[in-house]
Ligand binder design. Sequence first.
Ligand code: AQP
Length: 346
Amino acid sequence: MTQSTPAAYQGPMRVVSGVQASGALHLGNYLGALRKFVPLQDEAQCFIFVADLHAITVWQDPAILAAQTREVAAAYIACGLDPKRAVIFPQSAVRAHLDLAWIFNCVARIGWLDRMTQFKEKSGKHKERESVGLYTYPVLQAADILVYQATHVPVGEDQKQHLELTRDIAAKFNNDFGAPGFFPLTEALIEGPGARIMSLRDGRSKMSKSDPSDYSRINLLDDADTVAQKVRKARTDPEPLPETVEGLAERPEADNLVGIYAALSGQAKAEVLARYAGQGFGTFKPALADLAVAVLGPIGTEMRRLIGDPAELDRILLDGARRAAETAEPVVEATKRLVGFWQAEV
Ligand code: AQP
């Protein structure tokens, strides 16, 4: 190690995560990600960004992208993030993410990206028509995480493979540039109920913002009637609920609704079944709708209040961007030195 090689990261627990500003946030985003951020702000430095750079990997209407960015920030705060403790900011406002992403584009291997299942799912049969950004999305994600030398990333299960790629990039960079431990091998925090919420229309597809059917998801801004209607119309099967969790195998829609109830109520699926076994969806669905409204209703109300004050949201985002840059820029500068980029010796 040369004298200028930065030390391995040994600082405090650092958490990074984000949600794309690509449309209405839904129950899957809440249970898989947002809800997990809140307790972490008490034990770690949290950098929670609005992923607007990721959002434009598919078309976003320029007239509403900024509003979508504020809406995600409002959701973070409405779910319980405190902007004084957690750093909340738009990804595009901290250019260090892009500086590091380019360097990582030159570290990651094409074979690694070719294995990414999310790209395959999102691009379908016509991958040649997708943006290059959608293909290199996981590299930018690695930069988002490692530019803060993050130790932990709370995400839903769909992000597991991307987190493994982040670790591969960190390990290769550290090895290639002789800087052991400079980028930490970040751990994904995925476990727990709600890690994978499925569509209300198809129990084998993930609940997703980009699903063309609004009935496939419960949005954080849906009102109580809409939530009840979506739950009522959710696809199910004609059988009553089983007595054991094993009885949900091969019943993806029933499994999903029981999983949502369990995640929202803080119970295990077995406890939910102990209460509802033998009962049909005519009984279970209204109970689930009531629970969803009880949990999401106050979040939606607070989101609407925050969205009504865009100047205050902008103040929070600007302050967050400044604080995020203070941490990220020295990491990028150290990375550039390791790569050997020119620096004036004056
Ligand atoms: N269905 C889900 N169940 C559990 N967690 C989920 N997440 C997303 N969908 C589910 C988690 O939410 C966080 C933010 O996701 P994102 O918006 O950055 O990207 P995504 O995973 O691609 O989410 P969507 O809703 O499917 O968006 P679109 O349709 O725009 O691609 C992540 O932690 C994710 O795991």
